[in-house]
Design a binder for this molecule. Structure first.
Ligand code: FMN
Length: 354
């Protein structure tokens, strides 16, 4: 990816200097009152959940989000015991407020769910795959069951399985999601209508309070946010990834399977990932089957990683990456998101009366 400066990314108009700059500081300091079914369910202050980003949503980030008044979710992927043993004490030490654990449904077994439940999370979030073998066990343990869905079939199943909260993930989102995804704007209200009265969180393309306000206007009870939280002080990411996120543009993101195949990841083909541009993506776009059969190409990828010629991991980023221009502490970000959302909703209400 060509090096870009913030000037390339951020329009000159003062109202768009950065994700927080369009809200007066005084508004950010005031007490926010965006009370929803989600905030009531968890007893949290703001309708914001941290996406359980594999690897990057560790204990420090989850704790910071919960301390900031949102719901922090650990990105525990397959429920690796060593990862949980390292990160769960960090979240426990960092907050006495509710937090949870996210797992990849396609990659786990009941034992992984048991390991997660032993950590006594307030919530377990399952994404990507058939959650039915695990939901009853989670409910029996008394944890709140959150299911992330990427299409209407998954949404229907989540309702039938009695999810306490459903996350409707639009295709703008960073990281993995449906190969044939739906856009957040029409998908969220469709899930809200299907799932009522189950609370729905919107996910995908939300990186500031205007997006959070839009999610609430669509009937969601809050937002689950990933990419924005990668550029925070507590995220477990390499500085090169933070830089790529801060400099990246939505138009540089692309949903693809190429990078999963090249790095030998065993994601099901129905879930692709939105990433920033990458040399291997340009080389193999549209030739996924050929790449999958080409062992030498996969070895070349590993060699290029070893030589430092390609980054160890793709940069997973959603379309809202344009809005990310700074690296705040995550707790401050949660407060700012809520303040910006309240400000946006107030502006809309005033405009309606004018
Ligand atoms: C770096 C990254 C890693 C992610 N890893 C996971 C994961 O391990 N499990 C999961 O359920 N979702 C994961 N997601 C998807 C999020 O749950 C969420 O749907 C997405 O971040 C929302 O879109 P946004 O990035 O535009 O906020 C990941 C997203 C990103 C950006």
């Amino acid at each position: 990816m060509a090096h870009r400066t913030l000037a390339d990314k951020v329009p000159a108009a003062p109202a768009r200097r950065g994700p927080c700059s369009w809200v007066p500081m005084t508004a950010m300091m005031s007490v926010m009152t965006l009370s929803t079914a989600f905030t009531k369910l968890f007893g949290v202050r703001h309708p914001v959940a941290l996406a359980p980003m594999g690897g990057s949503a560790g204990g420090a980030l989850a704790a910071a989000v919960s301390q900031g008044g949102g719901l922090g979710l650990l990105g525990a992927t397959k429920g690796d015991p060593e990862w949980l043993a390292r990160e769960v004490p960090v979240v426990r030490q960092g907050t006495d407020r509710p937090w949870g654990i996210g797992l990849w449904t396609w990659a786990i077994d009941v034992a992984a769910v048991e390991r997660a439940l032993e950590c006594q999370p307030r919530a377990v979030l399952l994404s990507f795959g058939d959650p039915s073998p695990f939901t009853e066990r989670i409910r029996r343990a008394g944890a709140t069951l959150i299911l992330q869905v990427t299409d209407m079939t998954e949404a229907r199943q989540a309702v039938d399985l009695g999810a306490d909260v459903i996350v409707a993930q639009g295709t703008e989102s960073g990281g993995h999601g449906a190969r044939h995804g739906r856009s957040t704007l029409p998908f969220v209200p469709a899930v809200v209508d299907l799932a009522a009265p189950t609370p729905v969180l919107a996910a995908g393309g939300i990186a500031d309070g205007r997006g959070l306000a839009a999610a609430l206007a669509l009937g969601a009870e809050g937002a689950l946010i990933g990419t924005r939280f990668q550029a925070t002080a507590e995220a477990l990411v390499d500085p090169s990834i933070t830089t790529a996120i801060v400099e990246g543009r939505g138009q540089d993101t692309e949903r693809n399977r190429v990078l999963d195949i090249a790095r030998g990841a065993s994601w099901p083909s129905r879930y692709t990932a939105r990433t920033l541009g990458h040399r291997y993506l340009d080389r193999w776009r549209g030739r996924e089957a050929e790449l999958a059969a080409d062992r030498q190409a996969q070895r070349d990828y590993q060699d290029d990683v070893a030589r430092g010629e390609v980054p160890p991991l793709p940069v997973w980023a959603g379309e809202a990456v344009d809005l990310i221009t700074d690296l705040p502490p995550a707790a401050d970000l949660v407060t700012a998101l809520a303040a910006q959302a309240e400000d946006a909703l107030t502006r809309v209400t005033r405009a309606g009366k004018g």
